[in-house]
Design a protein around this ligand. Structure first.
Ligand code: ASP
Ligand code: MG
Length: 402
């Protein structure tokens, strides 16, 4: 007998009919003789709705109260799934994150899991119950309720899988797996049978959206087998595995895109030690994540520095950049918003030269201008104008034969 962790996202538990469907999937797994631990997200867009509700209380919401509020979402779906299973004659119990022993650091809205003490979960399992855990939540050392960042139920599921030594962590969602590109933009995108941890981490971070990047990181560190699959279809989904176990060495595995991109630039900054550190330290202090950074070649002791941030963070980044520009004597700043990032990802890139050049050529053939470029061993990303994203992604998907 094995142990399986099943995670169901918001779209899979969006209403009672869907919760009943989830209950069937849980029973089916249990009927195969496995112990089953289920992690659920909040129903549908409930988390967004709760955030909108909170905003109506006035200009400020403390992060502590926000976490108190948002964690109710996952508790609703956990309890409703337990009731549904019980009504179907199946013994099940729902637990909050803290009842399930999920400990986090003392940070609100994006806490990391520090430890899981699964005693209660194990006790319920030995009593032959299905154990349902509210995802996305934990308890800090100060006894405060915390959340794990948007999409954090994935991380709950992966962390539990590691601690409970689950045979597999099945992530159920409204798509059939990980695709070579977003099927909404590329009609002939294909479902991948396998993807490596490294590729999945890049794809998740570059906007593919099927898994929280931190969950992939956790899975990679603790060797948790993940499968991304559909709640509504029976077919197997995409397995996330170690690179070496891959069937073939594809050069490019998938194309990801991200429309949540803004670009900031500082012009004519002095070319001397400490300038980059001043700029990016100030941004870090304001908790702003910087993505791509480009520094132009020096001319007359001056150069330009441009970088990207999430569009959501632009209103925070802009005043910081303007202040720093003044402090360091830059001649000016600029900001661009109607941008998108398109990325190709593939473990096979490491050993195949010319992949970046091919991507640039494809964009050139489509007459698409590249604003910024960044690369890692297994990815190439370009920032382009947002309205051209559809043309870019389809051309790249086709020319790399995905
Ligand atoms: N309900 C939370 C969110 O929408 C957590 C999750 O879905 O994983 O971000
Ligand atoms: Mg969600």
């Amino acid at each position: 007998m094995g142990l399986v962790v099943q995670k169901f996202g918001g779209s899979s538990v969006g209403d009672i009919d869907k919760i009943k469907n989830v209950a069937y999937r849980v029973i089916e797994e249990s009927n195969q003789g496995h112990q089953v631990v289920v992690v659920v997200s909040a129903m549908g867009d409930l988390t967004d709705e709760l955030i909108a509700l909170a905003r109506q209380t006035g200009p400020n919401q403390s992060e502590r109260e926000m976490d108190m509020l948002l964690t109710t979402g996952e508790q609703q779906s956990a309890a409703l799934l337990a009731m549904t299973l019980n009504n179907m004659g199946c013994a099940a119990v729902s637990l909050t994150g803290w009842q399930g022993g999920v400990a986090t650091e003392q940070v609100h809205s994006k806490a990391r899991i520090t430890d899981i003490k699964p005693d209660r979960i194990e006790k319920e399992l030995t009593q032959n119950k299905i154990v349902i855990i509210a995802g996305f939540q934990g308890l800090s050392p100060n006894g405060e309720i915390t959340t794990l960042g948007r999409g954090g139920s994935d991380t709950t599921a992966v962390a539990l899988s590691a601690v409970l030594k689950a045979d597999i962590c099945d992530i159920y969602t409204d798509v059939e797996g990980v695709y070579t590109a977003d099927p909404r933009l590329v009609p002939d995108a294909k479902k991948l049978e396998f993807v490596s941890y490294d590729e999945m981490l890049e794809l998740a971070s570059l906007g593919a959206g099927v898994l929280q990047p931190r969950a992939v990181e956790f899975a990679m560190q603790h060797n948790v087998r993940i499968q991304v699959r559909s709640s509504f279809k029976m077919e197997p989904g995409t397995l996330v595995v170690e690179g070496g176990k891959m069937e073939s060495n594809r050069i490019v595995t998938g194309v990801a895109h991200d429309l949540n991109v803004a670009k900031l630039a500082l012009f004519d900054v002095p070319d001397q030690p400490g300038i980059a550190s001043t700029i990016f330290q100030a941004l870090a202090e304001a908790s702003i994540n910087v993505d791509m950074i480009v520094q132009a070649d020096m001319r007359d002791g001056r150069n330009d520095i441009a970088f990207t941030v999430c569009k959501d963070d632009l209103h925070l980044a802009l005043p910081v950049v303007e202040r720093v520009a003044k402090d360091i004597g830059a001649s000016g700043t600029s900001c661009g918003q109607d941008l998108a990032k398109i990325s190709i990802v593939g473990a096979g890139m490491t050993s195949n030269p010319g992949v970046a050049a091919t991507m640039f050529a494809i964009l050139a053939d489509e007459n698409i201008n590249i604003h910024m470029i960044s690369t890692s061993e297994i990815k190439v990303s370009c920032v382009i104008d947002a309205p051209l994203i559809n043309a870019a992604i389809n051309a790249i998907h086709k020319r790399f034969n995905l």
